[in-house]
Ligand binder design. Structure first.
Ligand code: 9MR
Ligand code: ZN
Length: 569
């Protein structure tokens, strides 16, 4: 798709009638708004541009203000852009983002009646071998392919499910029940049907001792072939604390959510979570995941499991009401703020030394990062549990103190939005691999703030991030496949690259600009391009244009929130 950036940037999917409708302008020309009959409705002049550090652009944003449902044309001296205002503007995109996970399903065929032209035969159905004990072979079907690769990883899977379940808990009306997946119409909301596909797999990844395998992958990433052609053997890679604790948290959370639909399934998940926790109690000392020699798939390594353990304790407390989990969560929360304790914990440890070498100013964050929801820091998932489920029962530490910490952070996020030319909630030097996660996470944070305080500017700040994902950005591109007149066409996604179909699998969100860790070819081609434009819509560029289940899922949370504010869900 030829992308000559326009001087008018918009959310290419649309806007809701009652909410702000921002466009970004890169020209000082008067902007006129016409309806479809060609009648001029509004005009904006005296446009002043400001420099935007992340993109190097001179840009400003305007709110188009009140516009009834319909299509409109925005025009300045050089460019013209059509926009849609509709109460159902976010309906299809929310559906597609959830269904994007269906397309990642592993261990089954994607049938044509659900997958259309993206149908394919069953994949990864052979038994997997335990990496450490080659005599153990297990047939573990199911789960989602993690990203552009065909690996399946417990921690990232647990996080993805959690985003979806909290989207359901908070914005049920925004989660369409018409996904056209095999379970549709079974009386269970489709977002839960889809999340269950992963939960069932996570359950199978539990070892007899209660811990969870870190991942189920090959020794290395497959070439760009269809999943059913990827026949090299798969391995069950040794258990880790982070994977185990994230699995416990997700299962404990899910056991509450599914209880009203399937008590047996809910009980199974809670037993698995409790068995996992018993393993953690017997193995309290954190051991970072070490990639076994010879395994070169995604590492998902972590320097600490405080956040995973905190999240797990919160979810177990919320589900069981047992005070011992509350005490554990409180203790982790307090210890994480104890400077001396942290020093003792990290100094001399390889991760810390490495970080110091890279960045002499590197300091370990004191306290839990209560607004982080990604695979490496899940503290924010503990926040969601505390703020929306545990509530005041959490008391002075894990409710009141956490809430105060949270609101301080969300205020900082809103400042980022105000300072950015495009209203994007990310520092100019923080465009890293999967920057969409930071953007969507910050949107989640503002949504949480808005839900807690009613502060409308937080809601609107979050909306700016949905706009970013759907085209209002420095690249003039929609990061969601299948949506927007100029959209990502060549994501680093094996099925999209191998299926011979021009349009990529729909409903997948690209990781987006990354100027942190790049492939040499990307560096060579982009040189010192500003961070917000460090992006290549080509298949090879996993560093800027891969998709991942845990990037779709925070986008589901954000899209479901705004979809629930529309009038046709
Ligand atoms: O999401 C991960 C990102 O934070 C890392 O910087 C990047 C490089 O190590 O890896 C990302 O995760 C990839 C995983 O390792 C394997 N599957 C694809 C994931 C998305 O790129
Ligand atoms: Zn598969």
């Amino acid at each position: 798709m030829q992308n000559t950036p326009s001087s008018i940037r918009v959310n290419m999917t649309g806007y809701l009638p009652g909410l702000p409708k921002e466009a970004a302008l890169l020209s000082m020309d008067t902007l006129k708004v016409f309806d479809v009959t060609g009648k001029e409705i509004k005009s904006f002049n005296n446009i002043k541009l400001k420099s935007d550090e992340a993109s190097g652009d001179e840009v400003t944003r305007i709110d188009l203000g009140d516009l009834p449902e319909g299509k409109y044309i925005l025009k300045n001296g050089t460019d013209e852009r059509e926009i849609l205002v509709s109460g159902s503007a976010y309906r299809e995109v929310t559906k597609a983002l959830i269904k994007g996970l269906y397309f990642q399903r592993c261990g089954c065929a994607l049938e044509e009646k659900y997958a259309g032209k993206y149908a394919h035969a069953a994949c990864h159905t052979a038994p997997a071998t335990d990496w450490e004990d080659r005599s153990i072979k297990k047939t573990i079907l199911g789960g989602w392919h993690d990203a552009g690769d065909y690996g399946k990883y417990v921690g990232p899977g647990a996080v993805t499910v959690a985003h979806m379940l909290y989207a359901y808990i908070l914005f049920k009306a925004g989660c369409s029940d018409e996904l056209n997946i095999p379970e549709s119409g079974n009386g269970v909301p489709d977002i839960l049907n889809e999340a269950r596909w992963e939960l069932e797999w996570i359950l199978k990844m539990q070892k007899d001792d209660g811990s969870f395998y870190h991942k189920l992958t090959k020794e290395k990433f497959a070439p760009f072939i269809m999943p059913e052609d990827d026949l090299l053997p798969e391995f069950l890679i040794p258990a880790s604390h982070c994977a185990t604790e994230a699995a416990i948290a997700a299962l404990a959370l899910a056991s509450r959510v599914y209880a009203e639909f399937d008590k047996t399934f809910a009980d199974t998940m809670l037993s698995a979570a409790l068995k996992g926790w018993a393993w953690v109690e017997q193995n309290p000392e954190f051991k970072p995941y070490m990639q076994p020699e010879g395994v070169n798939t995604g590492m998902y390594g972590d320097w600490s499991d405080k956040d995973e353990r905190f999240w797990a304790a919160c979810e177990l407390y919320a589900t069981t009401g047992d005070e011992k989990y509350k005490a554990k969560a409180e203790q982790i929360y307090k210890d994480a703020k104890d400077v001396e304790l942290i020093k003792k914990e990290v100094e001399g440890k390889p991760f810390f030394e490495r970080m110091k070498k890279w960045n002499p100013d590197f300091k370990f964050p004191i306290g839990l990062n209560v607004t982080q929801y990604g695979w490496s820091d899940v503290s924010g998932l503990g926040s969601l549990c505390s703020l929306f489920v545990i509530g005041e029962k959490g008391g002075s530490v894990i409710y009141e103190e956490l809430k105060a910490d949270f609101l301080k952070k969300s205020a900082e996020v809103l400042t980022l939005v105000k300072e950015s030319g495009y209203g994007t909630a990310i520092e100019h030097n923080r465009y890293v691999w999967g920057s969409i996660l930071s953007v969507m996470s910050n949107a989640m944070t503002m949504i949480v703030d808005w839900k807690l305080t009613g502060n409308i500017s937080m809601r609107d700040g979050a909306l700016n991030q949905l706009n970013y994902a759907l085209g209002l950005n420095a690249l003039d591109i929609s990061f969601v496949t299948g949506f927007g007149e100029k959209r990502v066409m060549n994501p680093h996604h094996r099925p999209s690259g191998a299926d011979g179909i021009e349009e990529p699998v729909p409903g997948l969100i690209s990781g987006g600009p990354n100027k942190g860790m790049n492939y040499p070819e990307v560096k060579e081609r982009l040189g010192d391009t500003p961070a917000a434009k460090y992006f290549i819509d080509e298949t090879f560029s996993a560093d800027t244009n891969e998709i991942a289940i845990y990037w779709n899922s925070p986008a589901i949370f954000v899209a479901a929130c705004f979809n629930s504010l529309g009038d046709q869900k």
